[in-house]
Design a protein around this ligand. Structure first.
Ligand SMILES: [Zn+2]
Length: 309
């Protein structure tokens, strides 16, 4: 597969600060560097926009559906939420924004499950579009909230309406979370946030077992400062660790914190019409390849701007 990295003239403001929250606006962000992977060209800005969609997409309901085995999609158009159903109750992955909680609850009920059966709440990473509503979901369901140690400071700073962020169990790289016979493994895939977590689990369907991965994110958002960042001195090295982990994974069913990371729009219409469309090992590799190409282009641009080579 051909990867062409073309650095655009665009200069990223050295002091640009990042609010730590995905923004859906199409404001004054420069396009940033561009990459072409598998025949498609993306700029830093367009790839970010692909993930978050417009502001309405983050809060627009998406039809809830079964993904594979005991894994269901209960998220919005651009923010992925997964429900893992077990005989001992359910695991919810990503609470998203507080304003989305009624949509998540309704999606769970539409599938015939109960929101109140949510026993464990996990997250992809400490940005508001994925974990702002953790306290609200815990209040409503009593779920135990578990989070990667490296994301705890950022989560604790997330206090919608003044509510402290609940953390009942602190996880470390490789820790497992088990409920009702299903085990998820928390893999530290940092960079996007310091404790960004990729969840892996097995799904059984049609007598076969599939390796499922919910990619936390390896996106390089506009405004991220990879070079000379006093808050995260080795952020580029943290991304490198994530790519190493993700490239070593064998994945049959790629999922992600934003559904565009696994092309939900293209797969959803194919549900029930042939083989399970979510089984897509090639799609997993392509997504990681694209994210890595963008990371390297952004890093090269920022190193150049900082006078490094
Ligand atoms: Zn994020």
């Amino acid at each position: 597969m051909k990867v062409v990295v073309a650095l655009l003239v665009g200069f990223m403001a050295a002091g640009a600060s990042y609010a730590g929250q995905a923004r859906g606006g199409r404001g004054a962000q420069p396009p940033g560097p561009s990459v072409t992977v598998n025949g498609q060209t993306w700029t830093q800005q367009s790839l970010f926009q692909r993930n978050v969609g417009g502001p309405d997409d983050m809060t627009a309901p998406f039809p809830p559906h079964k993904v594979i085995g005991n894994i269901y999609y209960v998220g919005t158009k651009s923010l992925a939420v997964f429900l893992v159903v077990t005989p001992a109750g359910n695991i919810l992955i990503n609470s998203t924004y507080e304003r989305n909680v009624p949509i998540i609850q309704k999606s769970i009920e539409q599938l015939g499950f109960k929101f109140s059966d949510t026993k464990i709440l996990l997250g992809s990473h400490a940005h508001g579009d994925h974990q702002e509503a953790d306290a609200m979901v815990k209040q409503m369901t009593g779920a135990q909230v578990m989070a990667m140690a490296e994301d705890v400071p950022a989560l604790e700073a997330m206090k919608p309406g003044g509510k402290p962020h609940p953390i009942d169990r602190v996880l470390h790289d490789g820790d497992t979370v088990t409920l009702g016979g299903t085990t998820l493994t928390a893999l530290l895939t940092p960079g996007h946030t310091r404790g960004c977590t990729t969840w892996t689990l097995k799904a059984n369907e049609g007598g076969k077992t599939y390796d499922v991965a919910i990619i936390g994110s390896v996106g390089t958002n506009p405004g991220f400062k990879l070079v000379n960042n006093p808050e995260i001195p080795n952020q580029a090295a943290e991304y490198e660790r994530a790519f190493k982990v993700l490239k070593a994974l064998k994945v049959d069913v790629p999922l992600g914190s934003h559904p565009s990371m696994y092309n939900l729009d293209q797969k959803y219409p194919r549900i029930g019409k042939g083989p399970n469309p979510f089984v897509d090992p090639a799609g997993y590799k392509q997504e990681i390849e694209l994210a890595e190409a963008m990371f390297r282009a952004v890093l090269a641009e920022q190193q150049k701007a900082a006078g490094q080579d």
